[in-house]
Design a protein around this ligand. Structure first.
Ligand SMILES: Cc1cc2nc3c(=O)[nH]c(=O)nc-3n(C[C@H](O)[C@H](O)[C@H](O)COP(=O)(O)OP(=O)(O)OC[C@H]3O[C@@H](n4cnc5c(N)ncnc54)[C@H](O)[C@@H]3O)c2cc1C
Length: 136
């Protein structure tokens, strides 16, 4: 796992959310990461409440199964990846693309006009703007 996801937190964490691609794993020895601590925020809309709730629930299930049946804790990775990896990954790529335009106001305005309201709606929903003709 990249250190950027598990390194010591030195900055104050209020007022911002961690945005980026989903980490490859959220399991490190006997530690299971969820929510903001796991970088599970939808990059194109900053939403992290549903992902925090779902990952918290899935990690709790994995922990319980580990204690009861000896199921490896890495079953948590299978569970959150199945539910969250694809939309988080796509949102990070859409955000990365849009970020090129966000550096200059005129370029941003032009880009927003080009993709239109349906494109903005799609980006909020973690999808590519239809006008760009991309599916995944
Ligand atoms: C301004 C703003 C607006 C947002 N709006 C939305 C929105 O509309 N929709 C949406 O889905 N998401 C939104 N988010 C993102 C969302 O709030 C987070 O992604 C989500 O709350 C993450 O949940 P979490 O449980 O991982 O972390 P948190 O909600 O941050 O919970 C972590 C908890 O741990 C506590 N804690 C920290 N350190 C310690 C410690 N050492 N010991 C004990 N407790 C500790 C903290 O006090 C906190 O209560 C917004 C975020 C911000 C900043």
């Amino acid at each position: 796992m990249g250190r950027q996801h598990l390194g010591a937190i030195r900055e104050r964490t209020r007022w911002w959310v961690p945005v980026g691609p989903p980490p490859p794993t959220l399991t490190r020895e006997n530690v299971l990461l969820c929510g903001d601590a796991a970088n599970l925020v939808m990059a194109t809309n900053g939403g992290g409440i549903p992902t925090a709730m779902l990952s918290g629930w899935l990690s709790g299930q994995a922990a319980a199964q580990h204690v009861r049946n000896g199921t490896p804790l890495t079953s948590y990775d299978d569970a959150w990846r199945a539910a969250l990896f694809a939309p988080l990954d796509r949102a990070a790529r859409v955000w990365g693309f849009g970020d090129h335009f966000a550096r200059y106001d005129p370029l941003l305005a032009l880009g927003m006009r080009y993709i239109g309201t349906s494109g903005l709606d799609a980006m909020m929903r973690l999808r590519w703007p239809p006008r760009l003709g991309r599916n995944s």
